[in-house]
Design a protein around this ligand. Structure first.
Ligand code: ASP
Length: 345
């Protein structure tokens, strides 16, 4: 049996091992600010817009809103905003949320006909007593605030949907989002089908953006058209506070991309932030959260993608995904780069 002294010695040893493990991932002590990070290759262009605000000592909240509006308005990005791939009924429905350093947050779910759902989410946060508006209620609110009603379905996305209708196979699986940016592939006729099928590589992807401003405040934004050819009314993780995005100014912020159902089950972004609160570095917090998802169902994890991105209040950042192929973009006064995310598989 352990005597008391032995027990204390062992506990002290294991807690110092744990703190060594956490510290060894925690990076340097210097604070990097301002800084902005965001998911996928299109994050690089989005960071440029966010940086214009951050470098003039603007707020992280303004920066993340401005940043994610870039892919929202780009018809060539078929996974976010205008030009996003529709649901199985041919309707483009958008999910977005935003959160600031005070814990204020706003979200829109299944919003149609509006180019910038992130700005509507911000208005929900700032002008209503609520956090979430969904569907027609979100649209009516947007219109009452002066947003223009537009058709979000571009001819390219309509064509992809019609191709999909020929088989109507619905198996949202792995993503290889960055192949979407392969212009050669995107211009070839076959890319409309079968690669755009729901189970194919182009079926999803989201921009999640996190920023730390010169005042030391964190904010985040997350916006998507969700899984391509989803059931009408399906809402993913992206507009769910705690799942697709979470910000706690005392600790850090996190966001996610990939199969939203898995992220919601694990309340992923909140878990990443809580792990950072316990002392884990952003990268290790993301890794542990991805492991939680994989361990829950290792067989199904082989065929899906989920990735997390995190930034702590010192400006340290990191990411982790289930599959290879996840990238994220970083912009600070010293750095403007795209980083391949590490992965479990
Ligand atoms: N997370 C998004 C959703 O499930 C899609 C994605 O990021 O690929 O709606």
């Amino acid at each position: 049996m352990l005597n008391r002294r032995k027990f204390i010695q062992i506990s002290a040893l294991s807690s110092s091992f744990l703190s060594f493990q956490k510290k060894s991932w925690a990076g340097s002590g210097a604070i990097t600010k301002p800084i902005v990070i965001s998911t996928w290759d299109f994050g690089k262009q989005s960071n440029v817009e966010a940086w214009k605000i951050l470098e003039k000592n603007g707020s992280a909240l303004d920066a993340v809103e401005a940043g994610v509006k870039i892919p929202e308005a780009d018809p060539n990005i078929q996974t976010v905003g205008y030009g996003g791939l529709p649901d199985r009924d041919g309707r483009v429905t958008l999910d977005s949320c935003i959160m600031d350093h005070l814990g204020n947050c706003g979200s829109v779910m299944c919003l149609e006909h509006i180019m910038h759902p992130i700005s509507v989410a911000r208005m929900v946060m700032e002008k209503t007593p609520h956090i979430i508006l969904a569907g027609d209620g979100a649209l009516q609110f947007a219109l009452s605030q002066g947003f223009e009603k537009i058709n979000l379905l571009t001819p390219e996305s309509e064509r992809a949907w019609k191709e999909w209708l020929k088989s109507s196979k619905y198996e949202p699986k792995m993503n290889i989002e960055n192949e979407l940016n392969d212009k050669k592939a995107a211009s070839s006729a076959e890319t409309m089908a079968p690669l755009y099928l729901a189970g194919g590589p182009y079926n999803h992807d989201t921009i999640g953006m996190l920023a730390l401003d010169a005042s030391g405040n964190l904010s985040g934004a997350c916006t998507t058209s969700g899984l391509a050819f989803k059931m009408h009314g399906r809402v993913g993780d992206s507009p769910v506070i705690g799942a697709g995005l979470y910000v706690d100014n005392e600790v850090g912020a996190a966001t996610s991309t990939g199969v939203g159902e898995e992220v919601i089950r694990s309340v992923g972004s909140h878990l990443v932030v809580e792990l950072m609160r316990q002392g884990y570095s952003p990268e290790l917090a993301c890794k542990k959260t991805v492991e939680r998802i994989v361990n829950r169902n290792p067989a199904s994890a082989k065929s899906i993608q989920v990735g997390f991105l995190a930034l702590n209040r010192k400006g340290e950042y990191g990411a982790y995904a289930i599959q290879k192929g996840f990238t994220y973009a970083v912009r600070s006064s010293k750095l403007e780069t795209l980083i391949p995310g590490k992965s479990i598989l």
